[in-house]
Design a protein around this ligand. Sequence first.
Ligand SMILES: [Zn+2]
Length: 707
Amino acid sequence: MPKLLRLLSLAPLMLALVAAATEHPALIGHRLDVRIDPEQGTIAARDRLDLPAGAGSWDFFLHPGLDPQVVAGRAKLVRLGAQGHLEHFRLVSEGSAPVTLGYSGRIHHPLGELREGMGSARQGSPGIISDEGVVLDGFSGWYPQNPNALQNVDLRVRLPKGWMAVSQGAGPEVSLLDEGVSVRWREAQPQESIYLIAAPFERYTKATPHGEAQVYLRSADPQLAKGYLEATGRYLSMYSRLIGPYPYAKFALVENFWDTGFGMPSFTLLGPRVIRLPFILHTSFPHEVLHNWWGNGVYVDYETGNWSEGLTASLADHLLAEQGGRGAEYRRDSLRAYADYVRAGNDFPLRDFRGRHDSASQAVGYGKTFMVLHMLRRSLGDETFVAALRRFYRENLFQRAGFDDLRRAMEQESGRSLEDFFRRWTGRTGAPELALSNVMIDQTSSGRILRGRLEQVQAAAPFPLQVPLVVHLADGSILERQVPLSGRSTDFELPLPAAPVRLDVDPRFDLFRTLAPEESPATLSALFGSESGLILLPADAPADLAEGYRRLAEAWCEGSPGWKLQMDSDRKALSRDRPVWLLGWSNRFLADVVADQSQFQLDSAQRSLHLPKGDYAGKDFSLALVRNHGGQSVGWIGSLDPTALPGLARKLPHYGKYSYLVFQGGAPEIRIKGRWPVQDSSLMVWLSDRRPGLTTPPHRPLTGVLD
Ligand SMILES: [Zn+2]
């Protein structure tokens, strides 16, 4: 989940200022003394500013109505007018000593809906002080902020009794006052924004070798806190070893009072619903922890493209998938998201990525960036790739960096020029589409040679690729080669030590490319996700089943005006222009679904289904499956038990990611679920009569470099 999401969605103006940042931004010291009155929604503050020597004047932005005054030091304050939702000031210094500003007023923007693509919205506020809690950042204008500058901070916050404040860096130093509590946080390293979060939090802590783990919950829950404290220790250790020392004194999980997924420096602000989802500990949470290296450690130079989401996806989401043996699946899903959501009209080069605002920008900014980095990793090797990431981190920590800095680190560690690779992959839209042809085996005096041709057949110019070829051999061994393909086409030849069985191009989805249709197994979501389609009822079914199927179909069509019902007897052929559901064993188009495929055997006379996982026949079983037929998704549902049909109507839409399902009994209960294996794609060729499955071992997870 993105940091700076609020800034990006709300402030094109401020972003333009960030974009204009100079090579070496000014470093401003803030010593902030702040009093917060949650009931009134007010802040009263003094900020002692340490400005760079010789800077005659300094521009900053502040929330309107705070009426800043110079209370110490020699300087004049000029109000320049409104700038977006903030006020623009210029501080003209008349000496070299620090200048202290005093200001006070109300910051209270109630939560509003922010649109996030079609049908999706989330809550947000540009800054709020309320009795429910306080959420303020640089964009809120709660302290004098210039988005071009970096700053360090020594922050003291006075709050009512029972309240606690959280900010970046080291803390909290808590002292009890006559009226309330004082909380101090400090961070000496340059920061992009200063955060102030507060609420009546329950605090939990645990020491780790890489910084203190902290948890702030809005109600006591020691079990929940324990899970996060332990996970924090685990991830801080893993990433410190993999990339470089964790850059902050603590890492905190902070519970927000609305649903957010923000990664701030040394803490994450997650919503109350999100933190209680059990899988978050293994998905969003490590992603937010890792943002302290990428995004909140090395800062993003937005002008040249946001590389941090793709890199964070690589080393969090993808790495955890790899550790679970699901790396190829994760990569295929990334390719599929690009294929499903990105069109010529909404595609953009990686250098233009700022932040996610819908599924398409996520598929490019997160997914494609991740895949481009994955190709780099495969090409350089894990050791070199990790060494380059360590260098990139070491040399750019607490500075703004871009793709060019990443490229330089990769070049320095590999000794290779990556100019062309980065130019083409980060500067252009689109994806390569591969074709395999002319495959033959030559028996020569010196042995067997496998020959063939690889091509990039997309309309756009070729991309630089190292295409993985995998040959399964008759003796059970596997031969792997990478074939460079930087132009339109290349002919390859592989000497073979044994007779070949099958040849696969990129079977583990290591390349960013357009998937061949057969590589993306048909799943029920293709039907459930379609706005229009056709449901064909079986004219020849017994009356009770026919009635059950009709009710199921009517339930599914309700609220989906693009879906139509028809009797199979009223059609001469299957339409090829939209997805189709076939209902019933006696459906006259069932033979079309069964024909010309090898993934299952359906015997409509015996009412039996043979799957790799077993055979299912008889009245007890209800079956559902989907396959690609003539370029369209065709689903089929077969049951002999009318009492199972209402349950199927209710349950099947929850199994969208599967290709086939077996239910048992009238309830009915799920017994088997699975996805079709990827085979017989245009990027594979059978080379003998045998038909073995792919047994290519998964790549070693990136953390393998630590072993
Ligand atoms: Zn993120």
